[in-house]
Design a protein around this ligand. Structure first.
Ligand SMILES: Cc1cc2nc3c(=O)[nH]c(=O)nc-3n(C[C@H](O)[C@H](O)[C@H](O)COP(=O)(O)OP(=O)(O)OC[C@H]3O[C@@H](n4cnc5c(N)ncnc54)[C@H](O)[C@@H]3O)c2cc1C
Length: 585
């Protein structure tokens, strides 16, 4: 595994679980699974992805539980099908936890900067280090994150690096360019502020949820809420600071060429693109239980330091705020569309895989899940088995891989529930039931992890049987009826595992909707040979989809769905609109 970030670590652990002996080569062995942006894990779809990682025996879920500082279940006011568990993790403890997982699994960690691979162009035999050393292997996973050809920007300054204080992987970038098509993306981060210099009493407290929850079936204790997060808003003066210094921004001044994440834009981007909005929310979130710093979520910027101070101190409560680490942007290389397939093996190779930010995704969860798949497949190939692919219909991992491979991307990819056509089925509560067969096929679910999942499955089935009793069943399907109500009526439920019972209840509540969603999807697909309706801009699809269709000019609905910016949720709206417009086939 080349890289000790979220992808490399899950890849190494998965390869080991799949029966291979894994070596993790990283330029920064003291910075395993670092969180260079906000140390938050989960959310809608992303939280479900963490559960899927757990269901495949990965470590991120247990790490999220163990190092949680604050927990929120997003979408709690909506039905459980769309709940999104999210923790603010301790950015100092999380890397230590992951390092412990690697050590406990007996994974060898080699310090070194990989500059090229030996062998090739199809079968590779070793990773070549900058000091001339060779790490031999039967299969390799590239998980180089934002480091591949990484360049950092702040105001007029520009220097090589994969993150602040980190190296740039320049030689490997040049080497890979001789074999693969590589494109540039960018991302950025916000300043970290000394918490004691913020007037938190002037800020709104962000509600946390004191509910029992655990990401991992393996965790004895669930998530904890130890620290408060706060909310603030920027104002006209914050925007003025940006506008008056627009020329000094490397982003606005177009000194950064890479494409940035649409859904996590820098603050200067928000100000310039939405001049009519004079205020934007920001979240003040702790970075660790033992740190005196807070992360200012929503104020990602690569403005010069004096402008960052002016922006920050314009906000109520931040008049005397001290910045401990300034925001910056990073531009990096990623493998272009067509360079990898659904097993995450690279085009034209027999034993080279890639995962994480190098595939164009953004986010710890996406990197972790892809790493797990790539690591397991690398192990399978090394051991003489065939590599496996996840299924789009049964997991967010499958949705993500299919989107990356079949559609391609033109900006950093983030997972959303709207990307999945059957999102009512892809829930956090049933992740362990959905992923079981992939876990077994990949060979990553073994021993106590496998028996834990099997036990969950048994308990779930027992609960399902109890809930099939007609009176209990009709009660269960009523939205206001909770697990506690049902347990009061059926004491046998109380003897079963609480999470399995909850999953069985949610299944009962949603199975009618899930079936209807499937039927609608299949019926809609029959119309995908219709032309894209002329008035598609007014159909109610997302702005991203409008832009994608305008640029791609697809003839049919089917072709429209093949475009990177068109999500499953857009297709539902667009198909209904096309039918209402009476477009002929
Ligand atoms: C400034 C910044 C802002 C970000 N903002 C966001 C955001 O807003 N939202 C979001 O979701 N995500 C954001 N991220 C991205 C998030 O950090 C990544 O998505 C995630 O860390 C990717 O995981 P990874 O494993 O692919 O790579 P990384 O976590 O980047 O890890 C890469 C690893 O590879 C190692 N490495 C690289 N090259 C070599 C080599 N040649 N030899 C040996 N080792 C090597 C590095 O030392 C490191 O251990 C941001 C990242 C940065 C740096």
């Amino acid at each position: 595994m080349i890289g000790g970030g979220h992808a490399g670590v899950e890849a190494a652990l998965a390869a080991k679980r799949a029966g291979a002996s894994a070596v993790l080569v990283t330029a920064e062995p003291d910075a395993i699974s670092l969180m260079p942006c906000n140390p938050a894990l989960g959310g809608v779809a992303k939280g479900t992805l963490i559960r899927e990682i757990d269901a495949l025996g990965g470590a991120m879920a247990a790490g999220a539980d163990e190092t949680s500082l604050q927990f929120r279940m997003l979408n709690m006011r909506k039905g459980p099908a769309v709940w999104g568990p999210r923790v603010q993790a301790d950015s100092l403890c999380y890397p230590l936890f992951m390092r412990k997982m690697l050590d406990r699994s007996g994974i060898r960690i080699v310090k070194g900067l990989v500059v090229a691979l030996r062998g090739g162009p199809d079968f590779f035999t070793g990773a070549e280090l900058s000091d001339g050393g060779i790490v031999p292997g039967d299969a390799f996973v590239l998980a180089t994150g934002t480091y591949l050809g990484g360049v950092l920007f702040m105001g007029g300054e520009k220097w090589p690096g994969g993150r602040y204080g980190g190296l740039s992987s320049r030689l490997l970038d040049s080497y890979l360019k001789t074999m693969f098509h590589v494109e540039r993306f960018k991302t950025g981060t916000s300043p970290r502020v000394v918490t004691g210099t913020i007037r938190t009493d002037a800020l709104e407290i962000q509600d946390d949820h004191d509910v029992r929850y655990r990401f991992s079936l393996d965790s004895k204790e669930g998530v904890r809420s130890l620290k408060k997060c706060h909310l603030a808003r920027t104002n006209r003066r914050t925007a003025e600071a940006v506008r008056e210094n627009a020329g000094r921004s490397p982003l606005i001044g177009k000194r950064i060429g890479g494409v940035g994440p649409r859904y996590c834009p820098s603050f200067e981007d928000k100000v310039m693109k939405f001049p009519e909005r004079h205020s934007h929310p920001i979240h003040i979130e702790p970075v660790s239980e033992t740190s005196r710093l807070s992360y200012i979520n929503g104020l990602s910027t690569s403005m010069p330091q004096d402008v960052q101070y002016r922006m920050l101190r314009s906000i109520d409560g931040f008049e005397k705020a001290e910045i401990a680490a300034f925001g910056y942007a990073v531009e990096y290389s990623r493998l272009a569309w067509g360079e990898f397939g659904a097993t995450l093996m690279l085009r034209g190779t027999d034993n080279l895989f890639a995962a994480g930010q190098i595939l164009g995704t953004s986010g710890y969860e996406e990197a972790g899940a892809l790493g797990l798949l790539a690591g397991a497949n690398a192990a399978r190939v090394a051991l003489g088995f065939s590599a496996e692919t996840p299924d789009r219909r049964s997991s967010y991992l499958g949705v993500m891989v299919d989107d990356l491979v079949a559609k391609g991307i033109d900006e950093p990819y983030r997972l959303f529930s709207s990307r999945a056509e059957n999102r009512l089925h892809l829930r956090q509560d049933n992740a362990h039931l959905r992923m079981n067969s992939l876990g077994v096929k990949l060979g990553v679910l073994r021993g106590t992890r496998l028996s834990g999942v099997q036990r969950f499955e048994e308990q779930y089935e027992k609960a399902g049987l109890l809930l099939s009793e007609p009176l209990l069943n009709s009660l269960c399907r009523r939205p206001e009826i909770t697990r506690e109500c049902l347990e009061a009526r059926c004491s046998a439920l109380r003897e079963l595992d609480e999470e399995a019972v909850q999953a069985a209840i949610i299944h009962e509540k949603y199975k009618g909707y899930v079936r209807r969603q499937d039927r609608r999807y299949l019926a809609a697909r029959q119309h995908w040979n219709r032309p894209v309706p002329a008035g598609f801009r007014k159909s109610g699809i997302s702005f991203e989809a409008v832009q994608a269709i305008e640029a791609g000019n697809p003839e049919t609905l089917e072709e429209a769905f093949g475009l990177p910016g068109v999500k499953a949720a857009d297709m539902e709206v667009l198909t209904i609109y096309a039918m209402a417009q009476g477009c002929s086939t």
